[in-house]
Write a protein that binds this ligand. Sequence first.
Ligand code: ZN
Length: 146
Amino acid sequence: MRPKRLEMIYRTLIKEHSKNPSNKRNLEDTTGEFELFNPSCGDLVLVQFKLEDGVITDVSFQGQGCAISIASASMMTEIMKGKTLVEAQNLINTFYDLVKGNKEIDTKPLKDAVYLQGVSKFPTRIRCATLSWHALEEGLEEVEKE
Ligand code: ZN
């Protein structure tokens, strides 16, 4: 596919996720949650999750922000359900590598989040894309310490 065409698909998918995000809801009886703010853009995201025997059984987010931050949170919550803590951390690390422009990674497990690859060309947007992933990472770390 020509790069122009590919970029259009990226943009459409990001728009779809930001307009109609998955798992944007309040979660009851959470195991943990973490809120993060991105001052450079004004994005605010709260990630909530439930853990059972070291497996993420549910994950949601709430907040407001730019299309990239909302789309990324939607994409993140879609792939985390059913993952163990180790699997979740691996996915988070893979996503960080992706938006940093690392091309030597297996991006398949990231599913739709792969379409955020384009932000690697815009350093100021990397924080928008990684905000919800950082929030989940911090939240899981807090629970693990307990
Ligand atoms: Zn943003």
